[in-house]
Structures are given as C-alpha cells and as structure tokens.
Design a protein around this ligand. Structure first.
Ligand SMILES: O=P(O)(O)OC[C@H]1O[C@H](O[C@H]2O[C@H](CO)[C@@H](O)[C@H](O)[C@H]2O)[C@H](O)[C@@H](O)[C@@H]1O
Ligand SMILES: O=c1ccn([C@@H]2O[C@H](COP(=O)(O)OP(=O)(O)O)[C@@H](O)[C@H]2O)c(=O)[nH]1
Length: 734
C-alpha cells in the first residue's frame, strides 16, 4: 500500500481563532479521538473540515501551515453550506433517522442539495491528493455519497468506508426520500465496515430490498463488481489511556490538578462516598434526561445512599446550532437543578454537572476517580467512553453500567447491561454496582480489559486495511475475467476471422433487464434493432435460448429469422422452420405438483405460478426478498421429496423455481445446433443457473460469458444486460 488518505467531516484537530491568531485544539467525538492515534502512527493524510470558516487567503495559508504539521488538509465550507450540510442534512436528517429518532428528522431539499455539494467537494479534494496506488478511507454519515463519486471518476482506486453510527433497520431507512442515492453512494466502496453485526445486516437487508442487488452472505454483487460488508468494532488507544491513568494515580495528591484535588476532597468529605461518572456530548441520543431520572429514582428508592454518592456528568457542547440540541440543554439544566434542589445539602451535591470539554489529562483524572461509569445512551454507534473508562481502571476496581443500545455493549458483556428506557432497571443497576463484591468487580473488569486491549484502535484500523487490501486483490482477479478492453479486442478479431458464427443468447437478465411481472419484459425497439444486425451477413446464426414458453418466444421473435429454444430446451425452432418438441413425456405429473406450488403462492404475497407445456414455475421476484428466499429453500426441499422416482428435476433460476421434465436443458438443446464442427466462432451468454448447462456443454474453444459475478462455468463475465447489448453491438457491426 502506498499512502492512506483518510477523509472525514471533522479533522482530528480544530482551529480556533483567538485575537486574530489561530490555535490548534483536539476535536471531541469518538471518530476523531479514536482514529487520531492510528493517523499519528501511520504516514496518512487526513482531509476534513477544520471547524472554522475563513475568507482571507493569508489566514488560509496560516491554517494550512498549522494543519500540515498534523498531516491534515483542510476543506473549507462557507457558513450557508455548514448550515444546510452539517447542521441540516447530516445532523437534522441523517443523525436522528439513523438513531431511530424519526420524529426529529427533517427532510428538506436545500439540505440534500448542500449535502451533495459538500460530498462533491470532498470527492474532488480526495482525488486531487490521491496518487496511483494510494488507498482512500472515507468515514461516517456526513460523507455517504463520496465513495461512489470517487469510483465514478477513478474506478481503479481502492476505497474503504466506515460508518461510525448505527445503520438502522430497513423500516427506518425506507422513510428517507433519498434512500437509494445514499445506498448507492456507500456501495462505491470496495469494503464497508460497521461497528456491529446488527448494523451490517440492516445495511445488507436495505440493499436487497431497495436496490435489488444479489447478495451472497456479506458480498453485494452489482454491475460486475463486488462490495464486501463486514464488522470491525472500533477500539481505543488502550495503551495511552492505561499509561496515563497509572501515571495520574501514582502522583501524590498535592501534585495533581486543582480540579482533581477538588474531586478528591469532595469524595473524602464523607466516608465511603462514591463517584458515578458519565461523559458524553450533549446529544439526545445519549439518554441524559433518562439517566438523571434514573438517578433520582435511585435516591428515592435508596435514601441510605443520600450524601454517599454523587453523579458527575461531563457534558460536552455539540452541534449547538441545531434546535433539538438547544432544547435538550435547557431540559438537562432544569432536571439537574430539580434533583439538586430536592435532594442536595450544604455539603453534598447529588449531581455535579459540567457543560464543557476537558483536556486529555483532566479526563483521565475523572476516569481514575470514578467508581462507577454510567453510560446509558438510547442509541449509540459504539460509545468509546465505555472502553476508555475500562482502560483507566488500573487496579481492576470499578463497575461499568452500560446501555444495551450502545454498540460497545456487544463486546462488553461483563458490564451491568441496562435498557436505558427502563428507569427502574437503571436505578437497580446503580444499586447493584454500588454494592458489588470486590472480586466480582475485578473479574468483570479484568475480562473486559483483556478484550479491548487486544482489539485496540491500531488493531481495528489495520484489520480494516488488511481486509480492504484482500478485497481489492479479489477485485483484481475478478477483473481479469471481465469482458472489457483487451478481451473485447480479442473477441472482435476472432469474430471477424470466423467463417461461420453461432451466438446463443439467453433472454431475461441477459438481453433484457428483469421486470417485476415476467410479461412486462417484452423486447424493446433498441434490442430488436440490435439483434436484426445479425442478418447483415449470412455468416452469423443467432439462437435465442430461453426458459420462456414457446408461445411468448413465438410472439416476440417468431418471424425474426432467429432460431429459438424455448422452455430450457423442451422446444426448438430453426430460423425458417416449425416448432419441434424434444420430449414425449406426458404432463400428468403436474397434478401432484401444482397444489404444492399453490400453497406456497398463497402464503407468499407477490409470488405467482406459471405453467408451461413441460414445466411448472413458481416466480417470487415480487415477494419480500427475504421471505421469498426462505420459501424458495423450503419449496425446494418439499419438492425434492415429492419428485423422487419421477422423471422430473428442479431448476433454480433467478427468483424462480421451476419443476420440469428431467434431461431437458439448455446444454443438450444447444448441442443439436453444433453439428460436425461447422462453426468456428461460438459464443454463449446467460445470467442464471439454467445457463450453466449451456456453458458446460459447449466445446472448449467457445466463448462463454456470464452476466454477473456469481460463481460460474463461464470463462468471462459482464456486469449487466447493458454490457451484453454493447458487446453484441460491437460484434454485429464488425
Ligand atoms: O463532529 P461532531 O458533529 O461534533 O460529532 C462528534 C462525532 O460524533 C459521532 O461519533 C461516533 O463515532 C464514535 C466512534 O466510532 C462512536 O463511538 C459513536 O457512537 C458515534 O456517535 C459521529 O459519528 C462523528 O462523525 C462525529 O465526529
Ligand atoms: O471533554 C471531552 C470529553 C470527551 N472526549 C472524548 O470524546 C469521545 C467521545 O466518543 P464516543 O464514542 O463515546 O461518543 P461520540 O461523541 O463520538 O458520539 C471520547 O473519546 C472521549 O474521550 C473529549 O475528547 N473531550
């Protein structure tokens, strides 16, 4: 790998203007704090917003200089763009929607336009700074369109994408007016990473349902390209947190910061006084009001703990221009005031509330002083604070109470897990944590520490990078089979030299795209004109080889001058001849099979049955994708038992299950056309399993082309029916 270009909305540092001069300060938020460590260690370049808008070119120069020391490149945005792209589409549309706060999500065209514009600006800047061989790693929901934008301009670039927030279920994402564009944007990447398996499976299910792409486990196939989806739970710079915590704890109290001494004095004010700590950006996803209410409930249910425990909440200002954040700030302040007013005494504040950010050293002091970490987000992509709290518990003392709605809960199974909406449960967990046996604390803490120490932020990032490299190796292998450039030249030259050519063309999915209703897939004008070009000389014979019934093929191509093979080979018709039946098996078997198919049709909305002379077909393209696939599996098992000892077989096509007379297939039918080596150019194109018979049956020297990247006996592949048409056009006009 040459160089790594990281792109995220926010740079790991932000620029502040103090009396006409500029200073650099670390950005808050998990993406910046986590990835910064990896960036520092590796020779990467980071493109992002410096958190400030400047016009003056001299100022820009100064900022660029400051940032270049951090290996960062600024991307400036004017204030109206920030308003519509950052406060708007990113934080008032995507953020609430992806965190299941649908009632907060607003869908405005202006937001969307600004979002597209800024994503384009990012793509341009990335392309400007990316050389051949570099790898691009795009981060988070603010830049969902960037992978596709880069891919369109430079298909050769290796692109990774990581989403730091939850990917919601299909039922939520379907609400978004620009849902398809967002999914296509992400699919420009070679590898898409999520924190948890749930987010990954929601993404895959949305891609299936909304875009209809083929998906095999974690691989999405689209237009001849594979996109891999996988889970990489982000870690922290464990060693840095552990080391600093040990350093802080080994210092005599007099040498610690003023603030730390104050906290310590406060804790000493009462024997066994305990400190519960929560740290989060002020965000409605973090469940701060629910947490305060749970703490209030705890003080009500357990009066014996009054004066003996305080909740210290460090709430970091965030997205202050967004209305919901302003409202939330007021709500929190009122709630804190309420609890302190009701329960507080002269020497004891139940809730100690800060609305500010703290430098790293102070943060560590807070972590070190706390007995309990109380992190109760209502939804959270990961929640790195949970991991940081654990890393600082050097003596294994301390208890973590963690919301089951945080991505981190998947890895931190030994924490006290709570549903943050269940106020009583959170209050009970506070009690359990305060009264937990020391050995139990140590065991849980130790196990969690070992786990997050292993998969720290360096391992996380290098794991992602290794996988990205592997995926692009796979893309390269795939690429060699793809019909393009040199391959096309070769085919054209062979075609031109040949004295006698034979082309086998499957219909649905090969010459024509799929339609929800099979009857809608009639050949269009462009296709008919293209195929007619085969009559330009008398050296080329064209055979339409399809699973379609003969009536339909006859209606569409009966007098076209092509040879036709219908029902996977049950019927054939030479270009000037009549239809011939290739089987004499009677069709009374259908009476047993039809009721089974009918029961599947009744239970699977959107599915239909088609009857052909020698087969029965269950189509499920219009059914729910997942239900359809499940039922197809069940049906195949049921049918396999039913057809034992009968001269029948089951064919699985693209969203169809077909039961037909055995021994009849496209391969055996095609061979009837190839007498005594009379053709010196044979090409076959097809898109599904039924075409595999054809690919396997043809002579070795034939050019076999699969539509799509699925495993196949074909030697080459093309991305879609459009590429089939384009190749045919080149051949037939040669
Ligand atoms: O840049 P801001 O608008 O100030 O917001 C700060 C960051 O918040 C979000 O963090 C997420 O990433 C963390 C690390 O993966 C994860 O632990 C957390 O659950 C997420 O909410 C946001 O995704 C970032 O883009 C922001 O920079
Ligand atoms: O004053 C503060 C308080 C917190 N943080 C950091 O902000 C990050 C918060 O990340 P998390 O994943 O918990 O949530 P996010 O804010 O990204 O949603 C953590 O690394 C904290 O150490 C910080 O830099 N300054």
């Amino acid at each position: 790998m040459d160089r790594l270009i990281i792109a995220s909305n926010r740079l790991p540092v932000k620029i502040n203007e103090v009396e006409g001069d500029f200073t650099v300060e670390p950005s808050a938020g998990g993406l910046a704090t986590g990835l910064k460590s990896y960036h520092k260690k590796n020779d990467s370049v980071w493109i992002g917003w410096p958190g400030i808008d400047v016009d003056d070119s001299k100022d820009k120069k100064k900022i660029e200089k400051l940032l270049s020391d951090e290996h960062c490149i600024p991307l400036y945005m004017e204030s109206d763009l920030i308003e519509n792209y950052y406060d708007g589409f990113s934080n008032a549309t995507l953020w609430p929607l992806f965190h299941y706060f649908t009632e907060y999500a607003s869908f405005k065209e202006d937001y969307w336009d600004a979002y597209k514009k800024v994503n384009e600006m990012f793509a341009e800047s990335i392309l400007k700074h990316t050389k051949k061989g570099d790898t691009v790693w795009v981060h988070d929901y603010q830049l969902l369109l960037v992978p596709e934008m880069i891919r369109k301009q430079r298909p050769d670039i290796r692109i990774g994408f990581f989403l730091h927030i939850p990917f919601p279920s299909y039922e939520i994402i379907r609400i978004l007016p620009w849902r398809e564009e967002i999914l296509c944007g992400m699919l420009g990447a070679d590898l898409i990473g999520f924190h948890t398996y749930d987010y990954a499976r929601h993404f895959i299910s949305s891609v299936k349902r909304l875009l209809g792409h083929d998906i095999d486990f974690n691989t999405v196939s689209m237009d001849g390209r594979h996109v891999y989806v996988d889970v990489f739970p982000m870690g922290i710079d464990y060693e840095k947190f552990e080391r600093k915590a040990l350093e802080v704890q080994s210092k005599p109290i007099q040498e610690r910061s003023k603030q730390h001494q104050e906290i310590d004095r406060f804790l000493m004010g009462e024997p066994n006084r305990k400190l519960i700590l929560s740290i989060d950006r002020l965000d409605y996803t973090k469940g701060i009001p629910h947490r305060i209410n749970a703490f209030k409930r705890f003080l009500t249910d357990h009066p014996e703990f009054r004066g003996k425990v305080s909740l210290l909440m460090l709430t970091v200002p965030s997205r202050e221009d967004v209305e919901q954040y302003q409202n939330l700030k007021r709500e929190i302040e009122e709630l804190v005031g309420g609890v302190n007013g009701e329960f507080g005494t002269l020497g004891w504040n139940p809730i100690i509330y800060f609305y500010r950010s703290l430098p790293f050293d102070n943060l560590i002091e807070l972590y070190s002083s706390a007995d309990i970490g109380l992190l109760t987000p209502l939804r959270d992509g990961m929640n790195l604070v949970a991991k940081e709290f654990i890393a600082t518990k050097a003596g294994h003392k301390g208890v973590l109470i963690l919301s089951e709605m945080a991505g981190a809960a998947k890895e931190l199974g030994e924490a006290l897990s709570v549903n943050p909406f269940n106020i009583k449960a959170v209050s009970d967990a506070i009690y359990a944590a305060l009264t937990m046996d020391q050995d139990d604390q140590t065991n849980a803490m130790h196990t969690m520490q070992e786990r997050i120490k292993r998969y720290d932020v360096h391992k996380w990032a290098s794991d992602f990078m290794d996988n990205l490299e592997k995926t692009s190796k796979k893309q390269e292998i795939n690429q060699a089979r793809k019909v393009s450039g040199k391959n096309i030249e070769k085919f054209l030259s062979q075609y031109q030299k040949a004295k006698s050519r034979l082309l086998f063309l499957d219909y649905d999915g090969t010459l024509q795209k799929f339609f929800s209703l099979p009857g809608d897939a009639k050949p269009d004008k462009e296709l008919l004109q293209l195929l007619k070009k085969s009559h330009l000389d008398d050296k080329t014979e064209l055979v339409i080889i399809s699973g379609r019934d003969k009536v339909t093929l006859n209606e569409w191509f009966g007098d076209s001058g092509f040879s036709l093979i219908a029902e996977h080979g049950a019927w054939t018709k030479d270009k000037d001849g009549e239809w011939k039946e290739r089987t004499n098996t009677r069709s009374n078997w259908k009476e047993n099979i039809r009721p089974v198919l009918e029961s599947y049709m009744d239970r699977t909305a959107g599915s239909i049955i088609e009857e052909k002379s020698h087969s029965l077909v269950w189509h499920y393209r219009k059914a729910d994708v997942e239900l359809g696939a499940l039922r197809a599996l069940e049906l195949t098992t049921d049918l396999s038992n039913l057809i034992i000892n009968q001269d029948l077989e089951i064919l699985e096509g693209s969203k169809v299950i077909e039961i037909k007379v055995a021994g009849i297939n496209k391969g055996s039918a095609a061979l009837e056309y190839i007498h005594d080596g009379s053709y010196d150019f044979i090409m076959a194109m097809g898109d599904d399993w039924t075409d595999e018979y054809l690919f396997k049956a043809l002579p070795e020297e034939s050019i076999t082309i699969k539509v799509g990247t699925d495993r196949s006996a074909a030697k080459y592949y093309v991305g879609n029916y459009k590429e089939v048409r384009s190749l045919l056009n080149k051949l037939l006009t040669k």
